[in-house]
Design a protein around this ligand. Structure first.
Ligand code: SF4
Length: 307
């Protein structure tokens, strides 16, 4: 497609984390072009802070600006995983291989719970919920990727939604976004990822355990349920679940060494030293936003296997 053509719509893929919230606010401020809508792909198992953040964003920014936030809904990844009748949508669980090495179940959840639903909403916004779209009709789809994670920028793979990365055009880092959000009173912007997402590094598990005990208990219970055979909606081969874990150590979550600062975490701290001076929170990758799921990042898998 000739991408110099004019998009019919401008849509934000709203992960509700730091970068996508920054894009939303920049658009409302007029520093970026006006959005027509924002789409939040809801897995149904996000931390409470994410839903509170979305509510506030809708109340204080989106509605006054007349930009709808569309929440995909109708499913809950945790409930589905525990439902024997649900077609499996596997999470990237860590598994102990017969030879003792650590592997990971192929992830299908991002596609199932996020990408497919966003694509459906974009089609609907374009006026073609089903059927063939006219040639040349497309939406510009903003994805919140900052300079520090530019390798995650990629095409949407569909011709009716062309991905754009305005933070890369602005050359903003995640620390720039955090400073911008703090100036506007949005320093509480959370990370967005499922409560039981195995991609969470130790620092995020620690924060959950120490600051959000209810969500921690929920994740621990889910972790045990996997191996008890109570999560049949997670894999077509149920036998792998007998040795599947949320934590990369392949130990039950409440016994996993989450207080250990991994080599990966240290590496990030070293690499982010300057930004650390600006904000301690810049040491970790952002949460699992739909088009930049950390599962796409080979370093994440490597760190998981080596921890
Ligand atoms: S946050 Fe994790 S568990 Fe949830 S959809 Fe993304 S990869 Fe899957």
């Amino acid at each position: 497609m000739n991408t110099t053509q004019t998009p019919r719509l401008r849509v934000l893929s709203l992960g509700a984390g730091v970068q996508s919230t920054t894009l939303f606010l920049l658009s409302v401020q007029g520093r970026l072009p006006r959005l027509d809508a924002a789409v939040f792909a809801d897995t149904g198992w996000e931390p409470k802070a994410v839903y509170q953040h979305l509510d506030r964003l809708e109340r204080e920014v989106a509605r006054p600006a007349g930009i709808p936030i569309i929440r995909t809904g109708g499913s809950n990844i945790r409930t589905d995983a525990l439902d024997p009748g649900h077609r499996f949508a596997s999470m990237p669980l860590f598994v102990r291989n017969p030879d003792g090495t650590v592997g990971m179940i192929r992830r299908q959840c991002t596609d199932e719970y996020k990408l497919k639903k966003i694509k459906r909403e974009v089609r609907a916004l374009l006026g073609y919920p089903t059927g063939r779209l006219p040639t040349g009709l497309f939406a510009e789809q903003w994805v919140g990727i900052s300079r520090d994670e530019f390798t995650r920028a990629k095409d949407s793979g569909i011709r009716y939604a062309i991905n754009r990365h305005p933070l890369l055009d602005l050359d903003w880092t995640r620390a720039d976004c955090l400073r911008f959000l703090a100036r506007l009173g949005w320093e509480s912007t959370p990370r967005s990822a499922c409560i039981g997402c195995p991609f969470q590094p130790n620092a995020e598990w620690r924060a959950m355990r120490d600051q959000r005990p209810e969500e921690w208990a929920d994740a621990v219970a889910f972790d045990y349920a996997i191996r008890d055979g109570l999560a049949p909606g997670l894999a077509d081969d149920r036998t792998v679940l007998r040795d599947a874990y949320l934590h990369r150590s392949c130990l039950p979550l409440d016994r996993a060494p989450i207080d250990k600062v991994t080599a990966h975490e240290w590496g990030q701290r070293q690499g982010s030293l300057l930004d650390l001076l600006a904000d301690q929170d810049d040491t970790e990758p952002s949460g699992c936003s739909p088009w930049t799921c950390r599962g796409e990042d080979p370093d994440t898998r490597l760190a998981g296997a080596a921890a």
